[in-house]
Design a binder for this molecule. Sequence first.
Ligand code: HEC
Ligand code: HEC
Ligand code: HEC
Ligand code: HEC
Ligand code: HEC
Length: 287
Amino acid sequence: MAQIFDRSSNALARASLVLTGLIVIALGVTLDQLQRSPWVTRQGQRPDQPVPFSHKHHVQGLGLQCQYCHVTVEKSSYAGIPPTKTCMNCHSQIWTNAQLLEPVRQSWATGQSLVWTKVHDLPDFVYFNHEIHVNKGIGCASCHGRVDQMPLMYAQNTLQMEWCLNCHRNPAKNLRPTSEIYNMAWSAPREDHPVWCSVADEKSGVPTAQSVNCVTRDPAQAGPQLASLEMPAGGAKGLASDVAAAQLPVMPAYRKFTSQDELGHFLLKQYKIRTPQELSSCEVCHR
Ligand code: HEC
Ligand code: HEC
Ligand code: HEC
Ligand code: HEC
Ligand code: HEC
């Protein structure tokens, strides 16, 4: 062989091997990026809708709650899209001549539902459920972003497996009090912005998400009248103060949290969140 292929062809062969390798890697990277690109995931895109419905206008502007329209989000796997009737509650009286709303009136008159284009759409082989996320302290905004600031709906996140797993591997960093689920502007507790959570059920054994109540104002300072009732002037142990004490509602004990780390770990226990290993196992999402 040495006669036919001189030494330089050895180098050539090596070079072409390296080159082939590089091309394969480049192709892999391109495909991978394509797979993650907004073009495939539709992240950030605003699809055409029959009516240019604005969450910004209806949520931030008019102060409507998410549940007003997405009525099943707390009790079913689907959040649900409102029927035309919900729109007509107002639009039978407001903006009744607006051209923009013609499809809504048409739908109302004919009984034919509006056909909204899905913005978030997981493949059928993935199991997802709103109920459990919402009832275990994951806010709408953690997954959908600042919906109240969206004139037209778009997907804030990719909804790819990696994105789901990122949270399932460390849910504590996203847990919040269930009372704050719909709060678009919720921010994690900090030293200068603490949160107080009631821990009344801690000892009774069965914590539930609903039994956790958190407030952003110091409960000890919330009721000056209550505080003064608790300490009767002069420490008199008369009948009157006994009656007053008996009438006081049982105040739950509050614990102060000054970081998401603390709050997250407290809520992990209260909500009985499974371990990261359990939450990342394939059967959770692929059943
Ligand atoms: C007045 C009714 C109304 C209210 C209030 C409302 N929505 Fe919607 N929502 C809709 C309609 C109609 C659609 C479908 C059209 C679209 O995608 O913009 C929708 C779509 C969505 C979608 C995308 C659905 C998809 O196709 O993937 C999300 C996410 C969403 N809403 C979240 C929220 C959140 C979070 C709130 C509260 C901050 C909220 N909505 C309040 C009516 C409402
Ligand atoms: C609680 C009352 C209420 C409900 C429910 C409601 N709207 Fe509206 N909508 C309004 C008001 C008020 C305006 C603003 C009119 C103005 O600009 O002064 C408006 C404006 C609009 C506009 C004009 C564009 C814009 O956002 O300014 C569209 C389109 C619209 N609504 C669609 C819908 C659809 C679709 C639904 C049902 C999913 C719906 N609305 C439900 C009260 C409502
Ligand atoms: C853990 C992440 C997560 C949270 C929290 C979450 N969503 Fe979703 N949402 C999704 C995913 C994923 C989809 C797509 C589901 C599918 O395609 O089957 C979706 C779809 C939707 C849809 C489209 C209709 C439907 O039910 O599929 C609406 C509306 C919606 N979400 C509203 C909300 C509201 C309102 C909240 C807060 C109360 C909320 N979501 C909280 C991840 C989340
Ligand atoms: C921001 C955090 C977060 C994101 C993002 C998230 N999850 Fe979850 N998920 C949770 C938490 C917290 C639980 C409750 C765990 C528990 O109760 O042990 C949960 C539970 C679940 C469950 C268990 C339901 C049951 O009944 O056992 C499924 C399925 C699930 N998630 C699917 C998904 C899918 C699919 C995605 C991505 C599209 C996703 N999740 C994104 C936090 C998240
Ligand atoms: C927290 C939920 C969750 C868990 C846990 C999970 N997956 Fe997925 N998986 C998804 C989602 C969401 C998609 C869809 C991704 C998309 O549409 O791009 C997916 C897609 C896939 C696909 C299709 C190829 C792809 O990447 O799109 C395969 C294969 C897969 N998962 C295998 C697994 C295996 C194996 C495990 C266990 C090690 C696992 N998954 C655990 C949510 C999950």
